[in-house]
Write a protein that binds this ligand. Structure first.
Ligand code: ZN
Ligand code: ZN
Length: 334
């Protein structure tokens, strides 16, 4: 299959020709229905039109934009301590699912776990609105293989900051999951279902948060919350902040920070990004040796995901955490 090669081409959906023949209307109609069907079922009409494969599909992207706008509803629903606590807790749990499992487990296989724990964290990861585990891991493996070349889907050096941060995954080519990159994961039908119907879990989380808010308003009115507040803070704000924090690793962590290892890419170590993303900011470490469960290689390099995985290992939930081999540090500049 052709590899990702984003090209920034001016979007022309708004500029329709003055006369539309039946063929154009048909093509437009099928684009419309295909994009909308793919909101729900990512496998719907999977053929790729090379002419538009690397342009942003604005209709398919509409829910993603709407989620950003929904954050503005904080001005209508107000705020309460419980809403902020729920939003923060969901950030913490879901960031850990992304870093510990979507990244260090599914993408790099740096430890083992049971099928049940694998599914639970795939489920939590799926609630982050960053697509399914197969999609995430397939693109991430592609990133490591071709980091900071034209075949890297999100290199800021090649395609610019905006594209690497928020553009690359909005194109038909990158909506797809390249299963040939993830045969070890694709053999689990439950993961394939999460990947195919990737809006299901986020929608369920949003509904549950709304109902929780309605319930709390009735049983504990002193908390000052509501269904709308829990939905906006707990789902929309938490998810959008989580999203932008995650993708700083694609954009900023290949631009700003120090380089301990002489890797072929432009990856950097950045303490601020490491704090924000629970350890992922030690990105130059990670690109040099992606096979470790740990990304902060020195004792002082705070890596909350590593501490969390150590705890899970002590509880018997995961096993075989891979440490940093001694030879790796002999290649370090500092
Ligand atoms: Zn990277
Ligand atoms: Zn990685």
């Amino acid at each position: 299959m052709a590899l990702s090669r984003p090209v920034l081409i001016p979007i022309s959906h708004g500029a329709k020709p003055a006369t539309l023949n039946a063929e154009v209307v048909d093509a437009h109609g099928s684009w419309l229905s295909r994009s909308v069907r793919r909101w729900i079922d990512t496998a719907a009409s999977d053929e790729l039109d090379e002419a538009t494969a690397d342009r942003i599909d604005w209709l398919r992207t509409a829910p993603f934009i709407a989620m950003h706008l929904a954050c503005l509803c904080v001005f209508w629903v107000g705020v309460s301590p419980i809403a902020l606590i729920v939003a923060a807790a969901l950030y913490v749990v879901r960031m850990f699912a992304l870093t510990g499992f979507y990244h260090r487990y599914f993408s790099h296989r740096t430890f083992q776990t049971s099928r049940t724990v694998q599914f639970v964290f795939a489920l939590i990861g799926a609630s982050c609105v960053q697509r399914g585990p197969l999609w995430w891991a397939a693109h991430h493996r592609n990133h490591h293989r071709h980091a900071d070349t034209t075949r890297d889907p999100h290199s800021p050096g090649v395609y610019g900051f905006i594209w690497s941060h928020v553009g690359w995954f909005l194109t038909p080519r990158n909506f797809r999951t390249d299963l040939s990159r993830v045969p070890d994961l694709a053999k689990f039908p439950e993961l394939r279902v999460l990947d195919r119907y990737d809006t299901l879990v986020p929608v369920m989380l949003a509904v549950c948060l709304y109902l929780l808010g309605v319930l709390l308003k009735h049983v504990a009115p002193q908390l000052g919350t509501s269904g709308g507040q829990m939905l906006v803070w707990g789902f929309f704000v938490s998810t959008i902040v989580l999203f932008h924090a995650t993708v700083t690793i694609n954009s900023l962590a290949h631009r700003f920070g120090s380089r301990r290892f002489n890797t072929r890419d432009d990856s950097r170590n950045n303490v601020w990004l490491a704090l924000l993303t629970f350890g992922e900011g030690w990105h130059n470490n990670h690109h040099f040796f992606p096979g470790s469960s740990r990304q902060g290689f020195r004792w002082w390099e705070i890596d909350l995901t590593w501490y969390g995985l150590r705890l899970m290992s002590a509880l018997g939930l995961v096993r075989g955490l891979k440490p940093v081999p001694a030879w790796v540090m002999t290649k370090a500049r500092e």
